[in-house]
Structure formats: structure tokens, C-alpha cells
Design a protein around this ligand. Structure first.
Ligand code: ATP
Length: 299
């Protein structure tokens, strides 16, 4: 389990993170979303033990991360700028990883060649940016980390490779309880793989939520009545958001789905339709008064 509490980090005068706390359950995927300069990379570097916080605690499996070799043997960070040794081929890099990561799995490395389909004798510097990113995933997943930290990792991968990489990550989470924290500018990119999402803005955690709870708790419903909305409607149906266009009223309502539908049906609507809510909509409605601000962050 990953636990960060009250993390503050400055770069000289600049406050990059202010009192940030989060926890990631073992075997789950946490998505960190935020605009440019929000502090995502700083947070991930702190988590990987590359930077030291000015205040607060960072623990993995209840042990502090900074300068902790035992934890670092089981943790891998794919940064936004990937670094490989000059002139190294993929195989040279794999030999290097095999020496430093005790859980390195050669059989996995050999098997993943079929997924990435790049000749392992090629020098990494001669590969395209996207291919270098693929190599980073190939090596990292062969190192069998217990903790995988990914800084905007899907940028630069084509759509097919994105999906393949997402599937490999999900497979490792399911098969061997790998724990993942992944950052992105784009909530939609993370929607299908994360269990929990945190939104970072100007160094502060605006909100973090478990996705299953979120999706089961908030509902988008369209209703139409033959005439106007019934008089008792507003007392009975307390919507987070309500918009009327012509005869159709769109509602966002919090609570148990069946109970909400039962209460609406009691007013005899001509039409009632439950629509899927996107994660983006959920966050905007969840944030209430701050929804406008969050709309500008989640693009
Ligand atoms: N080495 C550094 N020295 C000084 N300031 C830094 C340094 N690294 C980051 N910062 C500042 O800290 C703040 C947070 O930066 P960070 O890279 O963590 O944000 P980010 O959310 O990853 O941004 P992006 O999405 O643009 O990559 C920014 O204001 C940035 O200018």
C-alpha cells in the first residue's frame, strides 16, 4: 500500500505541492489528473524516492521510501522524459535491468518481444520516440515491479499500442497484485483503467474518489411530463443539477438508482430514461461550486 500524508515540496520559493495526502490500495490503479504545472511529476518523483519532501511522510508497505533500497528494488518509475544509456541496445538495457532488479523475469522479457515486436539488438537511440516508450514498458514490465509509477506514459504511443499497454498493466494488477499510480492531463485516458482518481491543481489535491462509488452514486435521468413538472416535484426529487429544455428535463440525482426511479415514476412521467454519465461529468457535478474550475482542468 502507498501512503502519502501532508506532503509539501518547494523548489526554492516556488511551492510545488501543499499538504497533499493520498493512499493507494495494494493491487489497485490510481489515476493522478492535473493541468500543466499542477505538481504531478513532483509528486511521482517524491513517491519514487528521487526527491525528498520538505514536510510529510511517504510510505510504501509502511516503510519510508527515501533512500530505501529494499523498496526501490520493487518499484519502477517510467518518467515523462525517458533516459537510456548512450549506445545501449535493448538487450544491453535488459541485461542491466536484470542485474539491478531482483524480480527481473527473463521469460517475460522474451515473451513480450512478440507484443512490442522490436528487434532487441537495435540501439535504443535509433528508435522513434514512441518506440522508445514501448521499450520502457517492455523493460519495466519484465522487471516485475510490485509498484509501477507512470508519468504521462501513454503520450506518444499509437492507439493500438496504448490499448495493448493498458491491457498488460491491467493483467499484472489482476494476476500479481501490482499497484499502479499513473498521471495524465486527460481524465478520459484514465477512465477505463483506474480504480481511484485524484485531481491535483496548483499543488493541492482538489478531490479524490473511488470510481465504483462515484459511478453508483450519481445518475443522469431525462424525464418528460405531458404538462409541466408536477407541483410536488422539487420537494420530492432533490437534484444536484436540473435543466429543462422544452418538455424534457435532465436531472443529475445522487442516491440509489432504484429508489430514485421509483420516486420519479410516482409522478407519472410520460418518458423516463436513465443515461450513462461520463467520468468528466461526474467530477464536474461532484465539485459543485468548484465545477467550473474543474471543467477547465479536465480536457
Ligand atoms: N527542478 C525544478 N526547479 C524549479 N521548479 C520546478 C522544478 N520542477 C518543477 N518545478 C515547478 O514545480 C511546479 C510543478 O511542476 P511539475 O513538473 O511537478 O508539474 P506537472 O503537473 O508534472 O506538470 P506537466 O503536466 O506540465 O508535466 C511547476 O510550477 C514547475 O515550474
Amino acid at each position: 500500500m502507498i501512503e502519502l500524508s501532508g506532503i509539501t515540496k518547494h523548489y526554492e520559493e516556488l511551492e510545488a505541492l501543499n499538504q497533499v495526502s493520498l493512499s493507494v490500495q495494494k493491487g489497485s490503479i490510481y489515476g493522478l489528473v492535473g493541468s500543466n504545472g499542477a505538481g504531478k511529476t513532483t509528486l511521482l518523483k517524491l513517491l519514487a524516492g528521487i526527491l525528498r519532501p520538505d514536510a510529510g511522510d511517504i510510505c510504501i508497505d509502511s516503510q519510508p521510501v527515501y533512500e530505501n533500497i529494499e523498496i526501490k528494488n520493487r518499484l519502477l518509475l517510467i518518467p515523462d522524459y525517458i533516459y537510456f544509456f548512450f549506445n545501449f541496445s535493448i538487450q544491453d538495457m535488459a541485461d542491466f535491468y536484470a542485474k539491478i532488479y531482483p524480480q527481473w523475469n527473463q521469460e517475460r522479457f522474451d515473451k513480450l518481444q512478440a507484443v512490442f515486436n522490436i528487434d532487441n539488438k537495435r540501439r535504443i537511440q535509433t528508435l522513434s520516440k514512441g518506440m522508445q516508450r514501448q521499450v520502457a514498458f517492455w523493460l519495466s514490465l519484465s522487471a516485475m515491479p510490485d509498484y509501477l509509477i507512470l508519468d504521462e506514459p501513454l503520450d506518444g504511443l499509437d492507439p493500438v499500442m496504448r490499448q495493448k499497454v493498458k491491457n498488460l498493466i491491467i493483467q499484472d494488477v489482476a494476476d500479481r497484485d501490482m499497484t499502479v499510480i499513473i498521471s495524465s492531463h486527460n481524465l478520459r485516458e484514465l477512465e477505463d483503467i483506474c480504480d481511484c482518481i485524484g485531481i491535483l491543481h496548483k499543488g493541492k489535491m482538489l478531490m479524490q474518489r473511488d470510481l465504483d462509488d462515484l459511478k453508483s452514486d450519481l445518475h443522469k435521468i431525462q424525464v418528460a411530463f405531458k404538462d409541466d413538472l408536477p407541483a410536488a416535484w422539487h420537494n420530492d426529487i432533490q437534484a444536484v443539477y436540473q435543466e429543462k429544455r422544452g418538455r424534457v428535463t435532465t436531472l443529475i440525482v445522487r442516491g440509489a438508482r432504484e429508489e430514485i426511479i421509483r420516486r420519479i415514476k410516482a409522478h407519472n412521467p410520460a418518458i423516463i430514461d436513465v443515461l450513462p454519465l461520463t467520468l468528466e461529468e461526474i467530477f464536474i457535478y461532484e465539485m459543485g461550486d468548484n465545477g467550473y474550475e474543474i471543467k477547465n482542468i479536465l480536457y
